[in-house]
Design a protein around this ligand. Sequence first.
Ligand code: SAH
Length: 454
Amino acid sequence: MTATETGKKGYVYIIGAGPGDPELLTVKARRVLLEADVILYDDLVSLELVDQFRGQKIYTGKRKDSHHFEQEEINREIVRHALQGKIVARLKGGDPFVFGRGGEEIDEMRKNGVRYEIIPGITAAYGASAYTEIPLTMRKISSSVAFCTGHPVSSIQVPDADTLVYYMVASTVHDVLDAVAARGRSPETRVAVVQNATRYNQQVFTGTLDEFRRRQRAVYSPALLIIGDNISRFIADNWYSKKRKVLVTGGEEKRYSSRECVTLNVPCRQVEGADLELLRRSFDDIRSYSMLLFQNKFAVKYFFKYLFEGGRDVRHLAHNRICTTGQAAASELQQYGVIPDLTLDSEGCGDIIALFREHGITGESILLPGSNLHDEFLVGGLQSLGNRVTPLCVYRHGAQELEQSIDFDFIDEIFFASPSCVRNFSTMFAAIPVRITVTCADHPTGEEYRKVFG
Ligand code: SAH
């Protein structure tokens, strides 16, 4: 079925999100993201950025604990949403056409008659160049620049350009350096590795080609390798490294001057995003659902919190079949006195769908409490087995998602906006390194901080 056959006017924007700093998004990208019904975003796109838009978010990267999308599946998802008449934003790190597989996605749009446009983004090389003071070209020193890939090893090329920028080098830095040396570049050629360019945890290492070939230092993704004599000796002392890195809770980053500081926004609210109107309706009409499916313990925890707050107790769910995926959700349920009718032990969404098929679960009307980032793949899979599925947002990710990714080594200051920010923060991080300055918005927040962390 193509867009013309369905008569619907879906539209796809393939958008470059820039290299990391959420403010490096173009004005045009921001405008269309504000309009988008669905946002499909990749690994390298920061949650801080995605969180600003209200469209339904679908993560298509490869993070652990979430469904692993293959490119063909992503293509199908984009087309499926577009054919439903939606405005779809396909948000990719950097620029969609620089090692971004944007080309493959537009082929799919064309095949299906879906209208689209492409919005360029700041590619990692431009971000790294500006934020570390490495000009990519320089009069008399470098009059050409080439963007290359370090992965897979068999594709490593060494073009005849003054400045070489290699993407995807985390595991292949030495292969690239050997290839460059083999092409006859001087051992004294300057080299830089830039990790996490334009992010609060940006790091840059420099030296000569020879030094780098002898050094065994791990390189962490995302990283770029830049080679060329335009790299100055002073870049470790770049303008970006001089800024204070402040972790801000409660959306109060405006308190800090952007000339002095880089702020990293940690929302510290897990529940505010619950869809209260839909929650109320779902509880009122709970009998219209034949099954409640809980995928994790947070879904259970917040679902019951709202149930109890509304003056009801577990007897309200007496007519629903209750199903969980995984033991954590099942044990959480037991704390509320509920033994699930069915516990499926599964890893990932593909499995859940297979297990549903095995158990012959079809014709059900399923209420699926979960986060704001509910899994479209799961919803689609259960529907394709002949079930009606209603996702219900009972908590937001935000802070939860950031849990593993904050690197305190790079943080100079933490700002707490309210006592509840302190409490939520403490559920994610047990301690704050003493080196870090802590600032509290007011007296009650300070009290709470001393109580929780003191
Ligand atoms: N389309 C993207 C590139 C995607 S390929 C762009 O235009 O930037 C992924 C590679 O991009 C990573 O392996 C890394 O080499 C590079 N990259 C992306 N973001 C980066 C960042 N913030 N810092 C350093 N390298 C980055």
